[in-house]
Design a binder for this molecule. Structure first.
Ligand code: AMP
Length: 357
């Protein structure tokens, strides 16, 4: 168990790192952020920033020497960097979780091997593969790059077995190694935010129902309108995944709900998750504190929710709504300290408390 005053390293300087650093401070831990961009959102609230690339060996060495445990706030941290750090100090979640989540093919394989259903999928390296995959998956699917896709980037929807469209799709993703996923006719998208500690204890927050706009999360509504059976299926898959990874920390896991109430997994993120931001307003212990507790070896908190709520992301010019939000009652506002409001940039979020539970 980390003692008060111990230091936690966070790789990545975005809003998730910022909220982790704030939660760490509340528990009397210090934080050091490794991030190449100066004055990043996380460094504004941390004790120190090491300004260097995520794979800079000297910087990683410095971070390892200064920290009692190291975590990360985004899933594209170079795996070699995490593995290097793990030879020097404790890294949580385990680098294996990073490695698997960075490659959609490895992720689907791991999920399927852990008895977790996904959309049907095929590996696609060229136009011929794509044509064959479309033929195998009812001529309809979503082509996704295996790596570095986020917020719907690097994805092309295909609706027919058409050579021209397939050629264009492969060109659109710049011939990158890819996967074709069968198109899932879902009724809802939901996500599970869960934590596991070193002893294998698991805590799961109530499931969020998510709506995306232009490929970016727009709102998370809690509770999701799903049956108990559906919630149990999501929870069971999450348990399986956490244990299969020997995971320590908080993880976000997205699912599609089918018309019959069954679920298929979409993807997981080995970190705190945008669809869990509501926990800071509607739970005694937020996902950020839960993550810090897990990696610090402290007992996990009770994930129960005291209110229904809706979290809304403030993207780009949405920050102009801030004065109106400040005038609302029951609105919990969180801004990320980003100076420039570019289109598609997450500037903050607001959680509106709907009722006592
Ligand atoms: P992803 O980046 O994989 O989470 O995909 C972004 C969004 O595209 C998801 O939130 C869904 O709305 C949609 N989507 C992704 N994969 C599929 C699929 N296999 N079938 C239907 N819709 C999908």
């Amino acid at each position: 168990m980390l003692q008060a005053g111990s230091t936690i390293g966070i790789i990545g300087g975005g809003q998730l790192g910022r909220m982790l650093a704030m939660a760490a401070a509340r528990l009397s831990f210090k934080t050091i952020i490794l991030e190449p961009q100066a004055d990043c959102p996380a460094a504004q609230v941390a004790n120190r920033q090491i300004i260097a690339a995520y794979d800079d060996r000297a910087a990683l060495q410095e971070l390892a020497e200064a920290c009692d445990v190291i975590t990360y706030e985004f899933e594209n941290v170079p795996v070699e960097a995490a593995q290097f750090l793990a030879t020097k100090t404790i890294v949580s979640p385990p680098p294996l979780a990073l490695e698997i989540s960075q490659d959609r093919v490895a992720e689907k394989q791991f999920l399927n091997e852990s008895d977790i259903a996904t959309a049907p999928w095929r590996v696609v390296d060229d136009v011929e593969d794509l044509i064959a995959a479309l033929g195998a998956l009812n001529e309809r699917g979503i082509l996704k790059t295996r790596r570095f896709g986020y917020d719907g980037k690097g994805q092309v929807r295909l609706n027919s077995l058409d050579n021209e469209a397939a050629t264009q799709a492969i060109a659109a993703i710049k011939n990158a190694p890819a996967i074709l996923e069968g198109f899932v006719e879902f009724t809802r998208e939901v996500s599970v935010i869960a934590a596991r500690d070193k002893a294998g204890n698991v805590r799961i927050y109530d499931i969020a129902e998510n709506v995306h706009k232009d490929g970016i999360l727009d709102t998370s509504t809690i509770p999701a309108e799903i049956s108990t059976d559906t919630a149990v299926a999501c929870a069971r898959a999450t348990y399986n995944l956490l244990h299969a990874l020997d995971y320590v920390g908080v993880l976000g896991f997205e699912f599609f709900v089918l018309p019959d109430g069954s679920v298929v997994a979409n993807e997981f993120a080995p970190r705190v998750h945008n669809s869990g931001h509501w926990t800071e307003a509607a739970c005694a212990v937020s996902q950020f504190e839960q993550h810090i507790r897990a990696i610090a070896g402290l007992p996990l908190g009770d994930p129960k929710r005291h209110s229904d709520c809706v979290m809304e992301n403030l993207i780009g010019d949405d920050v102009l709504k801030v004065p109106a939000i400040l005038a609302e009652s029951d609105a919990v506002l969180h801004l990320y300290g980003k100076a420039e409001a570019r289109p598609g940039r997450k500037m903050g979020h607001v959680t509106r408390i709907k009722s006592g539970k």
